[in-house]
Ligand binder design. Sequence first.
Ligand code: GN1
Ligand code: MG
Length: 335
Amino acid sequence: MEAVRKALQAYNIKGAVDKIALFGSGHINDTFLIEAGKEEYLLQKLNQNVFQYPERIENNLRALLEKESDLFVKHYQTSENTYHHHNDNGIWRLTNFVSAGYAPQTANKLHEVAEAAKGYGRFTTFADGLDKEKFTETIPKFHNLTWRLEQLNDAIKDDLANRSKSAKNLINTTNDFRWILEKLRTLFSEGLPTRVCHNDTKLDNCLLAKLESTFCNIIDLDTLGPGSVLYDFGDLMRTTLSPTAENELDESKIEIRSDYLAALQDGFSSTCNSVLAPLEKENLLFGGLYMTYIMAVRFLTDHLNGDAYYKISFENENFVRARNQLRLLELMSGL
Ligand code: GN1
Ligand code: MG
């Protein structure tokens, strides 16, 4: 925790640090809850294996936060007026901790999902007013399915963890859904707009108020940048239509609930309908298939590569995640 204390010094927070604890459930960065006097903060250490262009995250964040909004939590600046602090131990950033808020881990309450959809819709409307030119992809080709499928092919060939054979069924199933790639290409050729997106709109990147479960804030702005609204609506579908967690062991529990889908559609359109083009509105549902497919491909690739990217808490967790995404995708295809 010495590294945490040292990083905190860059932010000149008031009062002595009373407590530092690991926090949260993100798959990528390390997050620490800090108590100092009466204040609580979150300090994050950026995963530099994943984020190789940290200056892009800083720049996107600056471009986002220069326009005042209560959509986001407070991001603190260092004495050098940057959001990120670089030192020998890594790259850090500090935000306030919203103690009156919570991030729902699974979608078990309809009104929570409706609120999250309204919140992400508000984000879409807000981002529509930003200068697109100021934003850059923080992970090149992040939502590029062509590239993700190439990565999967390489992983199958290299078979670094000797898992290709046991994952054969999942690999075959991923091939059944290649039409999804073609469909997205067609949509872009028909004029699907690129806009400033969040690009990681899972349910737990949305904070709700503990008391009333109303929308509070959008968090995790690492992947902010160019994208399609289909990605943002799609990732919401991916993480809320089934009541199950991404790593659910019992595949038979995965389902698609039509009332949740209706709540998503109503909530999202209530706050961003006016900024969406007809082609976007008509294809929001397809976004769910696209995002579920790309996540299946990414989890499976990581499983075959020996779990190099996503944090795991049990053996074969990425296999389970990929299997669950593919099951969800099968169910979504019937929508
Ligand atoms: C990662 O950072 P976190 O845990 O919110 C991932 C997303 C995936 C998500 C799946 C930078 O998000 O793309 O959708 O896991 N972020 C990155 O849970 O790869
Ligand atoms: Mg993230």
